[in-house]
Design a protein around this ligand. Structure first.
Ligand SMILES: Cc1cc2nc3c(=O)[nH]c(=O)nc-3n(C[C@H](O)[C@H](O)[C@H](O)COP(=O)(O)O)c2cc1C
Length: 359
């Protein structure tokens, strides 16, 4: 039987993914105030490994305490966090599945209310665990608190923190690292003229606005060595004519490819409130396709990919090397098992414990 494109293995550097159905990073707001992942993360992420995703990507995981989106985000800046992540990656590996982590810094979108349960909106007050945020410019995101503009030394510290986090990610057993440069978080804030008003070497031209991202990619690549895949999640467009476009982002993708990134995880949006995004099934696939062809590098598509046939077509047609699913995998952590059946493929690595559920 021929293997559907969606189920063909993919090797990037030293890691082979058994299939191209990947878990998109999903913030769970389920850590304590210490940023340590909990049993929730074990069961949540473990379920996708049982469900045979080709890659389980852990959520936006902060490189330092002020980079968290909310006080309940996970981090990877200390040994206690590393030890807790290690339990989770050990389980994912026991299922033959690759484990990745999205390393993140929220910048001016940090210190906000978690997804639920807070009695405040927007920025977290100091007496509830909030902190002063940092950003390329002292320009707030909507009604959030105004961030502190990073000076040159502050920018250098961010690069160092990314390197330490990458080192910790390897100690924690992750097979790959993704740098979060999308959705209006710190590295995207530097990239976009909608958030970056600097006049130094980090502001102005696209080259300057991409400088911090490039420094982070180069430094992380040097830290993790040649065998570990490095992904970068981008927002391929700000969906605003004054912001970044797919042409800009494809250019930046080419640069970071030269700097050691292997794959562009292609999302969009998030830089400012009030910008409408024309969503629909597979609405971001075209951007993954454009970046893949322009930068001549691997991409994955993400965004309203919900059907086995749709996912298979994206990979088969060469628009992307893999698909990431977020909400559909939350609805059905066993999507890959179901998709194999739908595509007429007898999955050879169905979990033994679930064999009696095989159609
Ligand atoms: C609950 C939730 C949490 C998310 N957390 C993250 C995150 O940590 N990092 C990230 O890059 N995107 C995050 N996203 C965006 C998803 O990764 C994904 O790109 C988006 O949901 C579109 O894919 P989907 O239509 O398959 O859900 C989140 C989305 C949801 C719904």
């Amino acid at each position: 039987m021929s293997i559907p494109a969606l189920f063909q293995p993919l090797t990037i550097r030293g890691v082979t993914f058994r299939n191209r159905i990947w878990l998109s990073p999903l913030c769970e707001y389920s850590a304590g105030l210490d940023g340590v992942p909990t049993d929730w993360h074990m069961v949540h992420l473990g379920s996708f490994a049982i469900g045979r995703a080709g890659l389980v990507m852990a959520e936006a995981t902060s490189i330092n305490a002020v980079g968290r989106i909310s006080p309940h985000d996970v981090g990877i800046w200390n040994d206690e966090q590393v030890a807790s992540w290690k339990r989770i990656t050990d389980f994912i590996h026991s299922q033959g599945v690759a484990a990745g982590v999205q390393l993140a810094h929220a910048g001016r979108k940090g210190s906000t209310a978690p997804g639920w349960g807070a009695d405040y909106e927007d920025s977290t007050p100091a007496n509830q665990g909030g902190w002063r945020t940092v950003a390329p410019s002292a320009k707030a995101f909507g009604d959030y608190d105004v961030p502190v503009e990073l000076d040159a030394a502050g920018v250098d510290t961010i690069v160092d923190d990314w390197v330490h986090a990458a080192r910790h990610a390897i100690s924690a057993g992750f097979d790959l690292v993704e740098i979060h440069a999308a959705h209006g978080y710190l590295l995207h804030q530097f990239l976009s003229p909608l958030a970056n008003e600097r006049t130094d070497e980090y502001g102005g031209s696209l080259e300057n606005r991409a400088r911090l991202l490039r420094r982070v990619v180069q430094a992380v690549r040097a830290e993790i060595g040649d065998a570990v895949p490095l992904f970068v999640r981008v927002s391929a467009t700000d969906w605003d004519e004054r912001g970044i476009t797919v042409t800009d982002v494809a250019t930046v993708a080419g640069w970071v490819h030269d700097d050691g990134a292997d794959l562009i995880d292609t999302s969009t949006g998030g830089i400012a409130p009030g910008i409408s995004i024309p969503t629909g099934p597979g609405y971001q696939v075209e951007f993954a396709d454009t970046i893949r062809r322009t930068a001549e590098m691997s991409t994955n598509a993400v965004g309203l990919i919900t059907l086995p046939e749709q996912a298979n077509e994206i990979v088969e047609s060469g628009k992307a090397d893999a698909v990431m699913l977020g909400r559909e995998l939350m609805r059905d952590p066993h999507f890959a098992l179901r998709a194999s059946t739908a595509l007429g493929y007898s999955l050879p690595y169905w979990p033994d414990q679930y064999l009696r559920a095989q159609p």
